[in-house]
Ligand binder design. Structure first.
Ligand code: AMP
Length: 374
């Protein structure tokens, strides 16, 4: 049963990272209180929360405490303990349920769901161990990418194999998880669609973003994606189909490859707001975080509208000092920093969003700033 949650009530968030922080900030605008469950003392979300529960995500008594203080519970990352979340659905109001997390925590069940929704994925095989990989690999051939079924992110837990000789490189991946091996997709672009749905079935997508990765980590999102109108439409339809199939409540990020012929292939799903949707904070009439809060609180969703094209650029640890030194040069840039204490190399510390009428010109400005030139 969909419930309406009102300002003054408390939203519990599992996970204290930047996604939780931006969710919390959006919720606080409307007067909600925030409780966060997170193992570290000083987390990006903890800094802006009203109630902090410092414990592991699978700590039963901590989950019970979160249930007690929260009128509704959501999560900001998908590698939370599924069993814990399921138990939570029995003692608290968790409108997103636990099923979406179960499905998207594992690439095997995720790919099955995408296919069952009628959307294309790269050809793949499932291998429980290295021997199974060796015996089946010819079914997809080379080049291919072996990925752990569970636990991978930002290109971690993956190995590209270009020929039979590379096979042993994939051995270690089986240490903690079953794997999938998927055919290499010769994509032209990577795009993503953030689709959001409430318990009444109201569904909206944010404008399609074009994602540029550097060393497997998202570097830039350009919005709207520079793709044909037909491909744009296909991307939106695919995201809506998957959301409908999963009976989504909340937010789903759908990452896709665009082929030379304009067709799309779905790469992976994230059951939460996504780095590629951060641009919406400034560039749309509703941000992915504001819409997420509306969805889990049973509010009607707002039809998203792009106010202006935009580019979002991530700030990793090595970019923070150069950015800080350049703030005075770029009054038009919206700077977001997540309050993380230690600026480690390649750690996501923040992002910058630039609204623009001229994407090419702004890309040049980003380049010539030197901030991201390492
Ligand atoms: P993932 O963790 O699945 O998002 O993969 C990280 C990155 O690896 C993607 O953003 C792509 O750039 C690349 N990649 C993943 N799978 C494939 C594939 N099947 N074909 C080509 N590139 C891929």
């Amino acid at each position: 049963m969909t419930r309406m949650i009102y300002p003054g009530q408390t939203i519990g968030i599992i996970g204290g990272g930047q996604l939780g922080r931006m969710m919390a900030l959006a919720a606080k605008e409307a007067g909600f209180k925030i409780a966060v469950l997170e193992p570290s003392m000083d987390s990006p979300c903890g800094q802006v929360a009203d109630i902090r529960i410092v414990a592991q995500y699978d700590d039963e008594s901590a989950l019970e405490e979160l249930a007690e203080v929260s009128d509704v519970i959501t999560y900001e990352f998908e590698n939370i303990d599924y069993e814990g979340l399921k138990r939570l659905t029995e003692i608290a109001y968790v409108p997103q349920g636990a099923e979406l997390v179960r499905i998207t925590q594992n690439r095997i069940t995720e790919k099955e769901a995408i296919s069952n929704a009628g959307c294309p994925v790269a050809p793949y095989i499932v291998a429980k161990n290295y021997d199974e990989l060796v015996s089946q690999i010819e079914l997809i051939g080379y080049p291919c990418i072996v990925k752990t079924a569970r636990g991978g992110y930002d290109g971690k837990g993956q190995q590209q194999l270009n020929s039979k000789e590379d096979l042993p490189l994939a051995k270690d991946l089986f240490e903690h998880s079953h794997c999938v091996a998927e055919g290499f997709v010769p994509f032209e672009k990577e795009i993503s669609v953030i689709v959001q749905r409430n318990g009444h079935g109201e569904t909206y997508c944010l404008p399609v973003g074009e994602n540029i990765h550097v060393h497997h980590i998202l570097h830039e999102t350009i919005v709207p994606a520079r793709i044909s109108g037909e491909t744009y439409q296909k991307a939106i339809e695919a995201a809506e189909k998957i959301a409908d199939y999963l009976q989504l409540v909340g937010t789903l990020a759908v990452e896709m490859f665009v082929l030379e012929n304009g067709e799309i292939v779905i790469n992976e799903l994230a059951p939460r707001p996504h780095n590629s949707g951060h641009y919406s904070i400034e560039a749309c009439n509703i941000s992915q975080f504001g819409q997420h809060i509306r969805a889990v609180c049973g509010w009607p969703l707002r039809k998203p509208k792009m106010l202006k094209p935009s580019i979002m650029v991530n700030l990793l640890g090595q970019h923070v000092v150069p950015l800080t030194n350049s703030i005075s040069k770029y009054p038009g840039w919206s700077v977001h920093l997540y309050g993380k204490a230690e600026a480690k190399v390649n750690r996501k510390m923040g992002h910058v969003t630039i609204l623009t009428e001229d994407i090419d010109d702004t890309l040049k400005q980003i380049d010539s700033s030197g901030i991201w030139s390492e």
